[in-house]
Unconditional design. Structure first.
Length: 297
């Protein structure tokens, strides 16, 4: 009779420069949209925990902001603290790079990774590499950068090779009982996720029109039976930004609210009454006290 495999459970950091697909990878791995996604760099501003429970293991993934090497305002300092704190507390590190692209920014992140933890190089966006002949030399180049526990090419967008990535990660999880309940998907509150969904729509719908000086503050989150009543303030830096968010005839703000509400209803599995408005707080991204009130560490 075979002995049962010991259960493994641990924290797995997902790190990399901005825009390599860390949040897409997290969402694919756990099967739900926990971390917001857009094509713009710096979309993720907080440490997001996503939990994947299996029969023999529980993976607690920590999606981190892309490490900022420029723009040293208080917001980016808070984001960088999130990365370094995440690295200090994990069992395994997934170092994500983009297939065919490895530059000084990637090397800067690699230099920050702990030497006493297993690090797996995840080569993402393999589906976007036009010249397939370049893949093997690129993988060899990545493997030469340090003594990785493994180098795994994946496409998070398509979900390819993720079982291989999980199998490699599983080898390094400590023998430990589950850290969370098996039905839990994240350690973040519904209030936090509601703010993130509204913020995602800002990034997706406004493209480059709106600078990064915008965030979302949940002013009311009430449960009324199965109905959630949520009031969300989009906080911008200037009056001119307010007009961009509202849009002509209020159309942009209306679309932000509608799409965010639909996402919330899917995740929360219930009806949501969502009110979204815009307010100006000049200099919020460089105000340490205000950042703390908005949930930045």
């Amino acid at each position: 009779m075979n002995e049962p495999t010991e259960f493994g459970s641990g924290y797995v950091a997902i790190v990399g420069r901005p825009n390599v697909g860390k949040s897409t990878l997290l969402n694919r791995l756990i099967g739900e949209k926990i971390s917001i996604v857009s094509r713009k760099a710096q979309t993720t501003r907080h440490r997001i925990v996503g939990i994947l429970s299996r029969d023999d293991a529980q993976f607690v993934f920590v999606d981190t902001p892309g490490f900022q090497t420029q723009h040293t305002n208080a917001l980016n300092r808070a984001m960088n603290r999130g990365v370094t704190q995440a690295l200090a507390d994990v069992d395994v590190v997934l170092f994500v790079v983009e297939a065919g692209r490895f530059d000084a920014r990637d090397k800067a992140v690699l230099a920050l990774l702990p030497r006493d933890r297993p690090v797996i190089a995840v080569v993402n966006k393999t589906d976007q590499l036009k010249d397939r002949a370049k893949m093997l030399p690129f993988l060899a180049d990545i493997a030469a950068q340090r003594d990785f526990a493994a180098v795994v090419p994946v496409s998070a967008a398509r979900g390819s090779q993720l079982d291989t990535l999980l199998a490699e990660t599983r080898k390094h999880l400590p023998h430990h009982e589950p850290l969370f309940g098996e039905d839990e998907l994240t350690d973040k509150s519904e209030r936090f996720l509601a703010a993130e969904y509204v913020r995602e729509k800002l990034f997706r719908l406004l493209g480059d029109e709106l600078p990064y000086a915008a965030t979302v503050e949940i002013e009311k989150f009430e449960l009324d039976g199965a109905l959630r009543r949520i009031s969300a303030a989009i906080v911008v830096d200037r009056e001119g930004h307010k007009a961009i968010v509202i849009g002509k005839g209020g159309e942009t703000l209306k679309r932000i609210a509608t799409e965010a509400r639909q996402d919330m209803e899917r995740l929360f599995d219930g009806k949501v009454f969502l009110e979204v408005f815009v307010k100006v707080k000049s200099g919020w991204a460089d105000d340490e006290r205000l950042l703390k009130s908005l949930g930045y560490e």
